[in-house]
Write a protein that binds this ligand. Structure first.
Ligand SMILES: [Fe+2]
Ligand SMILES: [Fe+2]
Length: 326
């Protein structure tokens, strides 16, 4: 299937399973194309020469509304945009784990083309709505791309698929919840974010179905890979300066945190019927056990964090160092 040689040597069993899924991947890609709505950023935030004057008028309203957005929403939009702009990392990771010449490689290209619209649309919006100290945001974006993103997946493509299943759902929730929080002040932001969230939910369905199939074809290895990802899940960008504070603002705003992650874990385990899997090896059964305990543990963790929470003040250069107290 054209995977990089290092992968074939270390994870040849996984590569064989992926190669055996060629027809399944093609069918699911077709189903995805049937479901999707191929929108373009210019339909949301226009830049046409012949309607420039009309759009400039609308922008006056958008900017007035955007000024009224709470800074917590601004932080969430910044984090969502940074995550989207990390696309080069993900295109590379998927290419490295799947190779180029197969249905998987074709999916990577189509997925990348769809994702690329997300960073474009959101950046067009924040630029035209004048949401940030833009130069500061650009510096953050630069450092995120420059820092690279190299999770320790030991070249196991199952871990990549487990990660993308969870990650797509996490970004769907982040976009949708951010849009909801800002909707009373400035409706175009919600419209843009709803388009992104819709795509993420379809990507989630695709990756979830891929991983579900792998659980059927190679259950023990799949369970071990999934357990490793779930117990050590971090959003991309976790190394950039200020990321922890941004994540904390987003958690305190009920946009995304351990509670949302807990629900994602519960949902995928339910869809994959993980608790009912049987006939497993000792390693597989151990991973299954651990996975079944993740959601209750996350719930306890979220309760503890909530109980301890005291108001805190955050400041970000891209939001002009204003006090954000939550
Ligand atoms: Fe996206
Ligand atoms: Fe996506």
């Amino acid at each position: 299937m054209g995977a990089a040689p290092g992968i074939a040597l270390e994870n040849s069993a996984q590569v064989e399973v992926l190669a055996s899924m060629e027809a399944f991947v093609r069918d699911e890609m077709e189903a995805h194309k049937e479901r999707r709505n191929l929108w373009f950023p210019n339909e949301l935030v226009q830049a046409d020469a012949d309607t420039a004057a009309e759009w400039d008028e609308q922008l006056v309203e958008v900017r007035a509304g955007a000024r009224e957005l709470p800074d917590a929403v601004r932080v969430a939009v910044a984090l969502n945009l940074l995550t989207e702009e990390g696309l080069p990392h993900f295109h590379r990771l998927i290419a490295v784990h799947f190779g180029e010449e197969s249905a998987w490689g074709d999916w990577n290209n189509m997925w990348t083309a769809e994702e690329d619209r997300h960073g474009c649309a959101l950046r067009d919006y924040v630029r035209d709505a004048r949401l940030f100290n833009m130069g500061e945001l650009e510096r953050l974006q630069y450092s995120y791309i420059e820092a690279g993103f190299n999770p320790e997946w030991e070249k196991d493509p199952y871990r990549l698929l487990a990660y993308t299943s969870l990650q797509e759902k996490a970004t769907q929730l982040s976009h949708a919840n951010t849009g909801r929080l800002g909707s009373g002040r400035e409706p175009l932001l919600q419209r843009v974010l709803a388009h992104l969230a819709g795509d993420e939910s379809r990507h989630y369905v695709f990756y979830r179905s891929m991983f579900g199939e792998i659980l059927k074809r190679d259950p023990n290895r799949a369970l071990v890979a999934l357990q490793k990802i779930v117990s050590n899940f971090s959003m991309p960008g976790h190394r950039i300066a200020g990321f922890d504070d941004m994540s904390e603002v987003v958690r305190r705003s009920n946009i995304f945190g351990p509670r949302q992650f807990q629900r994602i874990v519960e949902e995928v385990l339910e869809v994959w019927q993980l608790g009912a899997m049987s006939g497993l090896s000792a390693e597989g059964a151990e991973a299954q056990d651990k996975l079944m305990n993740v959601a209750p543990r996350l719930e306890k963790l979220a309760d503890r964090v909530d109980a301890k929470q005291k108001p805190r003040t955050f400041r970000f250069a891209f939001a002009y160092h204003r006090d954000i107290t939550l």
